[in-house]
Design a protein around this ligand. Structure first.
Ligand code: 5AD
Ligand code: SF4
Length: 442
């Protein structure tokens, strides 16, 4: 196999994979590889995989299958991300088309692994090195108006259904100066919004320039001082790590957006306990109330699992009840998927597929009703929209509201502009409106 000249990275799963995919692309470009043009076959394909549910993991292998018989010849294939971490060398036993297996903590070594694989030596690297992979990465390049920035990785919560503590490892915070430096670089490169990422982002801890130790609140207050940065978001949070300071910051830091992704998973205390979630339905709702007291227009988003082992119809009704009580602006909901090696995979009381399907459908109907109600509540308001892409119709642009709603409008504004839009229509997943121009200064 010759050394690849072009590459393509396909990321599955969460936003952290999107971030990792961007960093791998920067790394490959730094080593002189070119991104393959649209529609063109790449010499190297990196599948940046997700292991969270069985279906997500299987997607990676069906892509491997497709690439192996590609018309233009098989590319070099690197299996990256959480499936790579979980399966290691086993992945290559499962498919001999996989040339490289590289875990999420080892991808800074991708160029060396590619060079070895080009000599016909198949590579596996799933180490979790002490040296931060970030130290070995080139500086960030030009980015879009909205950028991701990983500040924390790994998880120590061990929810009984979840593979993350095994695939991403223990909780690690990136140091203060790295994060602030990367944020400044992103803003110089064109970012106006930064989303701080972590599997358990609210567990981030660091020491500032003055030697004060603090959590996410301290970091957010510091980042808010960066000129040109207009919006700050963070995700994903665990209810156990939300402290007073972070809640207060939502009422005090204008750049911190009024949106919180706070997964609850279930509304039944019995199921929450079996999931090892350390919160109850009531403690979760009390926490939401505190956020809403600090910032009354706070939008809440969540994750849900239906059909966890032992879940009864009564448990499920409690999930519907917490949906109504929280009035989610948006949410993700999933059927439980047993993952090898997790405690829940050994639990009795599997819920039948058709019951899971039915519950998921009912839950999603309830969640969409709340999203629609939330979106409709914005009709008639004028919102500040960060334009991030072109729409399909001529002259149409799409951007995000402070509550992460997609807003369509006709405007001559460019990507990266913040514009004022009066909302005229609401759908379950988007808003439409017309641009209003601020009155000319007197
Ligand atoms: N089955 C179904 N959904 C899961 N999630 C995590 N593990 C599983 C699993 N085994 C969901 C949770 C989590 C989101 C990222 O994925 O809702 O918050
Ligand atoms: Fe998984 Fe729970 Fe950690 Fe979230 S908090 S990553 S669901 S173990």
């Amino acid at each position: 196999m010759t050394h690849p000249k072009t590459f393509r990275i396909k990321s599955f799963g969460c936003q952290m994979n999107v971030y990792d995919g961007e960093r791998m692309a920067e790394l490959m470009a730094d080593k002189g590889l070119a991104p393959a043009a649209d529609g063109e076959d790449a010499d190297l394909v990196v599948l940046n995989t997700c292991h969270i549910r069985e279906k997500a993991a299987e997607k990676a292998y069906s892509d491997v299958g497709r690439l192996r018989t590609r018309d233009g010849g098989k590319p070099m294939i690197a299996l990256a991300g959480c499936v790579a971490q979980a399966e290691g060398a086993e992945a290559q036993r499962r498919s001999d088309a996989i040339d490289i297996v590289v875990g999420p903590q080892a991808y800074h070594r991708l160029p060396e692994l590619v060079a070895e694989a080009a000599q016909g030596r198949r590579q596996v690297d799933t180490d979790m090195p002490v040296l931060s992979k970030f130290d070995a990465m080139p500086a960030r390049r030009k980015v879009g108006p909205s950028a991701f920035l990983t500040v924390q990785e790994g998880c120590d919560k061990f929810c009984t259904y979840c593979v993350v503590p095994y695939t991403r490892g223990a909780e690690v915070s990136r140091p203060w100066s790295d994060v602030v430096g990367e944020a400044e670089g992103l803003v110089e490169g064109g970012a106006r919004e930064i989303t701080l990422l972590g599997q358990n982002v609210s567990a981030w801890r660091g020491i500032d320039e003055k030697g004060h130790e603090g959590g996410l609140e301290l970091l957010i207050r510091r980042l808010a001082k960066i000129d040109g940065l207009e919006r700050i978001r963070y995700t994903t949070s665990h209810p156990a790590d939300m402290d007073e300071g972070l809640i207060a910051a939502h009422g005090e830091v204008d750049k911190l957006m009024p949106y919180l992704h706070l997964p609850v998973q279930s509304g039944s205390d019995r199921i929450l306990k079996a999931m090892n979630r350390s919160h109850t339905a009531d403690s979760y709702l009390a926490l939401i109330e505190r956020f809403r007291a600090a910032r009354p227009d706070m939008a809440i988003s969540g994750d849900f699992i239906v059909g966890f082992p032992g879940e009864t119809e009564e448990d499920f009704q409690q999930t519907l009840a917490i949906v109504d009580a929280t009035r989610y602006a948006s949410a993700y909901s999933f059927k439980y998927s047993a993952r090898p090696g997790t405690p829940a995979a050994e639990m009795k009381g599997a819920v039948e597929q058709h019951v899971m399907d039915d519950r998921l459908q009912r839950l999603q109907a309830r969640l969409s009703a709340h999203s629609l109600a939330f979106n409709r509540s914005k009709i008639g308001e004028t919102l500040s929209i960060l334009i991030d892409r072109k729409g399909k119709k001529p002259g149409q642009m799409i951007g995000k509201s402070p509550w992460l709603q997609s807003v369509f409008c006709e405007t001559d504004a460019s990507i990266g502009d913040l514009v004022e839009v009066e909302i005229t229509e609401a759908l379950p997943n988007s808003l439409g409106g017309r641009r209003v121009r601020p009155a000319a200064a007197a």
